[in-house]
Structures are given as C-alpha cells and as structure tokens.
Design a protein around this ligand. Structure first.
Ligand code: SF4
Length: 367
C-alpha cells in the first residue's frame, strides 16, 4: 500500500474546535480514575505508557499496581535485580519492554541524578521511549504541549482526516504527526492527551466506532464518507510461520521444577523457562544431558500453542520425574530448582501456565 501525498490539515481542524469538543467530552465522559491518573509523576506515566503498549487497560491495572508497590520510584526500579523486574512483568508479554524499562531507569539514575529528563530529545534517548511515549510523559506529567501518536490516536486521526497509507512509516506517519501537532491545544495539554487516548479506546474503536456518540462527528471525514472502518488502511496480512518444540517439565523429589534462564536477547530474553529441545530430540537423553540426572519416569503431556506476534510456537510438554538434584544444576548458574511462590523469577508465559496447572497458586507457598 502506498502513502497518499501529504496535504494541508483541513482548516476547521486547526481552529481549536476539535480540541474544545474533545475536552468538553472528556470532562463529562472520559476516564478519570485510572491508577496512573492518581499522584501523577513522569515515572508513573512512563511505566503506564510502556505497559499499555499492545496491552488493554483492564489487563494493565493490576500489573501497574503491583509494580508501583514493589518499585515506587525510578531509583527503586533501577536498583532492583532484573529478575525481580521480569517477575513483576510475567504474563504481560513483550518482555523487551521490561528490560528496556530497567535499563532506562538505570540511565535516569546514573545520568540524570534520578530525576526524569523533561525534554523530548532526552526522553527519546532512553531505551524503549519513542516520540509518542515521550509526548505522553511531557504532556500528562508536565503539561507540555507535546502530542502523542499511539495506535488509538492514529486510528482517530486517520478517520478524522481520511488518511490512507501505512500509518507506521513514511509520508503517512509524518502527516499524522503534523495533524497531531496542529490539533493540540495550548492549554490543558494533559487532559487533551488523555481525552484523545480515551476517545480511541472507548468510542472510535477498531471495528465498531460509536460515531453517534462522538464529539468529533461533525468534523470527521470518514464518518461523512460513511465508512469509518476503512481507516486506517489494512496492512497486508501475512501467514504466520509455525515452530515446534518440546518443553522438559522436570521435577525433583521435593516437587521443584527445573528452570533454565534464557539468553538476555531474543524470545523471552532473560526469563526463566523449562529446558526446550526440538521435536526430534529424545527427551530422556536430553534430561540426562541438561540436568545431569536420568529420568526416573516420563510421560508426554497435552500439546498447546503459544502465539507470538511473528510466529506460532507449538509446545509439547514432557513430564519427567528425577530421583536426585542433578549434578549439573549446582554447577550451572543458568539452571535452578524452582518452587512456586518461594522465589521472584520472571517466567515465560507458557511456563507459568504449566506450573499453575500442576501446582495451583493457592497451594503454592507464599514467601
Ligand atoms: S465520528 Fe466516528 S470515525 Fe470519526 S472520530 Fe468519531 S468515532 Fe471515530
């Protein structure tokens, strides 16, 4: 799909009417009681924005609250072990976000004396912070006139101005930034940012926009055309490849699980997972090789699929009991016996699911 040539932002969108209507709607119908809207600081806005990438508000709320309890400020986050950070991210997915969050907190601690920077460029220099996240931090926490352009806002703007083309790149992206910039009011920048995010999340939804309730309906070109869901342009769908693996669910006589820490980069980077082998490898031989302990019993569990953004992973669990503690486990720091509830480790999502099924959380010992 090619981008349409850039054009001027329609005059009626630049006269402040859109912002005024949006703010009036937000005052009455917007969300005002989300956890990150209380005690607003750049740190809280930043963490919430990173968590909300690719993730629904309802899912994020309990994670955000637990995260803030454990890491109430940027120094607490910077000083924490990465395992602890990943543990508090377990289940949210896209773990690079958590690793970047941790690295960025250390950068704020070491290069900015623990105080969040307050310019677009210095925020964008932090790992995992792009222009839109920086705009959210500046506008919501500091009241600065800095627009955002997350997925929800892109959807609203492409419909409002009937913008075609790939919204993630090139001339289309530049045009959207120009529109975002020109719509942003001089005052009430924090509320405006929250308002346009809310509009995208609650009314201008992907498949069923509630145009009859929308405060921008009179200005919206997509609505006038009668086909709002035509925008944003659909990306061409590609077939997602499939991969297969076996996960060795090895337990010792104490009922502990053998976990292996994954390399820092790549899928589930830095998280703890069951040892993984390819489908053709013999599981009993692999158990002996990895743990240094022969399998005392072995049975194959029910296979399941875990889907990433770019491939499906079909997992065949192999349940293995061993009689000892494994001579390799003590020697290799990347191997550990894990008892649920006793140690804060970041777990890959399917691993947590399997452990919860075998050892339900209410029966696990809490520290
Ligand atoms: S009128 Fe409809 S399509 Fe246009 S911004 Fe509002 S909800 Fe979205």
């Amino acid at each position: 799909m090619t981008s349409t040539p850039s054009r001027e932002v329609p005059q009626d969108l630049q006269d402040g009417t859109v912002a005024a209507r949006l703010l009036a709607w937000f005052d009455q119908h917007g969300r005002h009681d989300l956890p990150w809207q209380r005690g607003i600081t750049p740190y809280r806005v930043w963490v919430s924005e990173i968590m909300l990438q690719q993730t629904q508000v309802g899912t994020v709320i309990p994670y955000f609250e637990r995260f803030m309890t454990r890491f109430p400020g940027v120094r607490a986050l910077a000083d924490a072990p990465i395992d602890d950070v990943l543990h508090h991210w377990t289940g949210l997915g896209y773990y690079a976000r958590a690793r970047n969050l941790h690295r960025a907190a250390q950068k704020v601690r070491d290069e900015h004396a623990g105080v969040f920077p307050d310019t677009l460029d210095s925020l964008c220099a932090l790992p995992g912070v792009g222009r839109s996240t920086a705009g959210a931090i500046l506008s919501i926490a500091c009241g600065v006139r800095a627009p955002i352009l997350d997925g929800n806002v892109k959807r609203v703007l492409t419909r409002l101005c009937a913008i075609e083309g790939d919204t993630s790149r090139g001339a289309t992206l530049e045009e959207l930034w120009r529109i975002a910039e020109s719509l942003m009011p001089q005052k009430r920048c924090a509320h405006y940012t929250q308002a346009i995010m809310d509009l995208g999340a609650t009314l201008c939804t992907r498949s069923r926009p509630a145009c009859v309730l929308c405060p921008l309906a009179a200005s919206c070109i997509a609505r006038a055309e009668g086909s709002p869901t035509r925008y944003p342009s659909r990306k061409q769908t590609r077939r997602i490849p499939e991969r297969h693996c076996q996960m060795l669910v090895i337990r010792n006589p104490a009922g502990e699980f053998l976990l292996e820490q994954r390399p820092p980069a790549g899928i589930w980077g830095g998280l703890w997972s069951f040892p993984e082998i390819d489908s053709a490898t013999d599981a009993a031989t692999a158990c002996d090789r990895i743990a240094g302990e022969p399998a005392a019993s072995l049975h194959h569990g029910t296979a399941f699929r875990h889907t990433f953004s770019h491939f499906h992973l079909d997992v065949s669990p192999v349940h293995i009991r061993v009689a000892g503690l494994g001579r390799h486990v003590l020697e290799d720091q990347r191997l550990a016996w894990y008892k649920p509830g006793q140690r804060a480790l970041g777990l890959a999502a399917p691993v947590k699911k399997l452990i919860d099924a075998l050892c339900p959380p209410e029966t696990a010992h809490e520290p």
